[in-house]
Design a protein around this ligand. Structure first.
Ligand SMILES: NC(=O)c1ccc[n+]([C@@H]2O[C@H](COP(=O)([O-])OP(=O)(O)OC[C@H]3O[C@@H](n4cnc5c(N)ncnc54)[C@H](OP(=O)(O)O)[C@@H]3O)[C@@H](O)[C@H]2O)c1
Length: 283
């Protein structure tokens, strides 16, 4: 019998794939939220073949399409009684400015807004499961500034690194807000920097960044190594007292001073709520 029910995004590649494999080995029932269903079904087969754990489920969820996120949340709510672990792992960096289906800048949409809607839509399940929510941030948050007046990059020249840094800073704000707002219901939240990991991350980048990533590849850690902090936070007993914290290599780490701004995290929560509401069908 499965010990824990875990929902994970972005398990079809890199760190997420290794996190899913690691948790399947520890007997978690896995709900894989994927944008590419055939890729998700192949992953399911691979996990079953490698671990023998047959409690693996695939749910379609494109985080850059809020209706798809709503449908995924509805499917989870219909099929599950509770969720013990949610790993908001999917993410990416985009070389050119691009808009999501709902018209939001893609870095913000994929790394933050889709996960905001997913998490807040399944809160009753998370509360019932006294869940741990694990958000994949990055040390790149240290390059980020919260530019609430120009989330769409209409007034500033789009910069992939700055957009990514801001989104990863938002992952920290979201983590602290979740920890603060839902502690009473037994929900805890953690942010992770997985290390500099050899994955598909940045594969679409060109020019100087592409050369830099290629040069750095031999020094990067493997996806399996990059998954260890997420697996640790999902499984280690007694982590709840460290809720809201940022973790690197399974240890609490210092995040940028800016990441502790209460004003900014409240602002992000309010803006995100408004943006997802604005995208509801019929609005
Ligand atoms: N690699 C690093 O060095 C590093 C460092 C710090 C933080 N991180 C963070 O770690 C997380 C995992 O990154 P990774 O390195 O494993 O990257 P990756 O190999 O590129 O994997 C990204 C995953 O996200 C999924 N995804 C992307 N856009 C999506 C969308 N719109 N809807 C649903 N799923 C989507 C991808 O699905 P497909 O398979 O369909 O493409 C894939 O499964 C990200 O949040 C990243 O920001 C990575």
């Amino acid at each position: 019998m499965a010990l824990k029910t875990t929902v994970i995004t972005g398990a079809t590649s890199g760190i997420g794939r290794e996190t899913a494999l690691g948790l399947a080995k520890k007997d978690h029932a896995l709900w894989l939220l994927v944008r590419n269903v055939p890729k998700g079904e192949q992953l399911k087969k691979d996990i079953i073949a490698e671990t023998g754990n047959k409690n693996i489920h695939v749910v379609k969820c494109d985080l850059a399409d809020l209706q798809s996120v709503r449908e995924a949340a509805a499917e989870l709510s219909a099929k599950l009684v509770s969720v013990n672990v949610l790993i908001n792992n999917a993410g990416g960096i985009f070389p050119e400015k691009k808009l999501s289906k709902d018209g939001f800048e893609m870095t913000f949409a994929t790394n933050h807004l889709g996960h905001f809607l997913l998490t807040t839509s399944i809160l009753p399940l998370l509360e019932k499961g006294h869940a741990r929510i694990i958000n994949l941030s990055s040390d790149a948050h240290k390059m980020g500034k919260a530019n609430f007046d120009d989330l769409q990059w209409e007034q500033h020249k789009y910069s992939p690194a700055k957009a990514y840094g801001m989104a990863k800073l938002f992952n920290l704000y979201f983590t602290k807000s979740l920890a603060e707002k839902h502690a009473e219901k037994g929900v805890s939240a953690y942010a992770v920097h997985p290390g500099v990991v050899r994955t598909e991350f940045g594969a679409g980048m060109g020019g100087f960044v592409k050369i830099l990533l290629w040069l750095a590849r031999p020094f990067m850690i493997t996806a399996e190594e990059g998954a260890q902090t997420s697996i640790y936070l999902a499984t280690e007993p007694g982590m709840e007292k460290k809720s809201s914290q940022y973790f690197i290599k399974k240890k609490m780490a210092k995040s940028n001073l800016l990441s502790w701004s209460e004003e900014n995290r409240n602002k992000l929560w309010d803006i995100s709520k408004k943006l997802v509401a604005r995208s509801e069908p019929g609005k």
